[in-house]
Structures are given as C-alpha cells and as structure tokens.
Design a protein around this ligand. Structure first.
Ligand code: ADP
Ligand code: MG
Length: 246
C-alpha cells in the first residue's frame, strides 16, 4: 500500500484490458506518470498504443482496470468521468485544426468564456509556442510545423494536468521534427504537465522520454529510463527494435 504522505502520481493506469471481437488488444497495461514527466509508450504499429490512449482520454472504455488522476479515480468498469471533465489535453495526428476558424479561434475553442481574459490567455499561449501575431491567420496560411504549434497551444489552453500525444510529429517534415520536439518538450517541462506520448519511433522516444514503456502485442514488456532500455533490452526482440538507432 502506498505511503499516505507521498504525493500520488499525476496519472496512474492500473491493469487496463481492452478486447475487440474476442481479441485482447490491450493486455494488462499499467503506467505511472508523475507531474512534469514525459513517458513514451513505444512499440510497433498495431500493438495497442492508440487504444490505450483512447481509454485514458475517455473516448473508449476498458474491459478491465482503473485510471486515476492525482490519486482520484476517473474511471473503472462501472464508474466513468466524461472526457471533458478529466483535465486531459489531446494532441493527435489526425486531430487537425478547424480549417474555417482562425488560429486564435482554434486555440479559444476549448476555453469556456468569450471575454478579455480569454483573449489574453490566447495571446499568452501564442507567445508560448513562438507564434505571437499569428492569431488572425487561418490554418492553410501556416506551415506544417506552425500548425503543430497551434495544435499544442490548443491542447494546453484549458491548462490540462495531463497531455496525451499520439504520434504528434509523424506528419511533419523530417528536417523540422527535432526542433519541434525539443521546443515542445521545453514548453511542457515548464508547464509541469504530465505527458504520455505514443510513438513507434525509438529515436523519438529516446529524445523525448523520461521513461519509456516498451509495448508489444498489447503488453508493456519493459519500463525504464531511455538509456537503460537501450543498453539493456529485455530480450532479442526489444534489441532488434532499437537496432536502427546509432
Ligand atoms: P497502435 O496505435 O499501436 O498502432 P491500435 O491501438 O490502433 O494500435 O490498435 C491495436 C489493435 O486493435 C489493432 O490490431 C487494431 O486493428 C485493433 N483495433 C483498434 N481499434 C479497434 C476497434 N474499434 N475495433 C476492432 N479492432 C480495433
Ligand atoms: Mg496508433
């Protein structure tokens, strides 16, 4: 049992299971993320990463297991807090900006009050992602990298305690990616947000993660600091997965 004087982790996922058509797609996955830490859920395509994220976001429901935020239960198999009340921000590759809304309107979308305080918050967020003055522009006037920064600002607008990112950089030009990864990381560290970032690229996980959870066929097979996992992979399959990094 946990020491009661200890601060509970920002996000705690306990024994999540999800089955589709009799197939177990997420098989007893547990994760713990303290505030201000980035955990990368890393694994090949189809291993169950997005399904895990969808359950945490609350847009899908697990068959078994529980999810807690700051020690408070947000969902088990009978009780469920709706997605909009979980204090969880989302940044998904296919979760694009609204093309008919300006940059400022896109960012304000998740905020509730249409007043001066909201306008100031939008301006502050634009500054945080180095896009001051971009508020009146429309998504089609922006580069891919700039659109990604706006998506980040939108995800952070309601001050979420947790940010879930599903392959957020994979649509970007190779040249741009490392810079945006580093900027994003620096920003999230300052905000103190707990981040769960899904990726199938070992290089991305090595660059961004405080902790990697290596996933395969629905199971987390190894968890640890990036260099520990890289230097001491749990088995041959894990070693092979990392072998293309130099
Ligand atoms: P990843 O994000 O790691 O690529 P996913 O979580 O998207 O993997 O998918 C894991 C497995 O679950 C895949 O085999 C996928 O086809 C299956 N799956 C995901 N969502 C559904 C669904 N709604 N119905 C049936 N099968 C699904
Ligand atoms: Mg996926």
């Amino acid at each position: 049992m946990r020491d009661l004087t200890e601060t509970p982790p920002r996000l705690e996922v306990q024994n999540l299971v999800r089955r589709f058509d009799g197939q177990t797609v997420v098989d007893d996955v547990s994760l713990t993320i303290p505030a201000g830490q980035v955990t990368c859920l890393l694994g090949p395509s189809g291993c169950g990463k997005s399904t895990t994220l969808r359950m945490i976001a609350g847009v899908d429901m697990q068959d078994r297991g529980r999810i807690l935020v700051d020690g408070r239960l947000i969902c088990d198999t009978v009780f469920r807090i709706p997605p909009e009340r979980r204090s969880i921000g989302l940044m998904f590759q296919d979760f694009a900006l609204f093309p008919h809304l300006s940059v400022a309107e896109n960012i304000a979308f998740g905020l509730t009050r249409g007043d001066a305080a909201q306008a100031r918050r939008v301006d502050a967020l634009l500054e945080r992602v180095s896009l001051s003055g971009f508020g009146p522009k429309y998504p089609h006037e922006l580069s891919g990298g700039e659109q990604q920064r706006v998506a980040l600002a939108r995800a952070l607008a309601p001050n979420p305690r947790i940010l879930l990112m599903d392959e957020p950089f994979s649509g970007l030009d190779e040249r741009l990616r490392d810079g945006i990864r580093d900027d994003t990381l620096a920003l999230l560290k300052e905000e103190g947000t707990a981040v769960l970032l899904v990726t199938h690229e070992p290089h991305e996980a090595m660059r961004m993660a405080d902790e990697i959870a290596l996933m395969r066929r629905g199971r987390v097979v190894q968890r640890g600091a990036p260099y520990n996992i890289y230097n001491a992979p749990v088995d041959r399959e894990a070693a092979a997965f990392f072998s293309d990094i130099n």
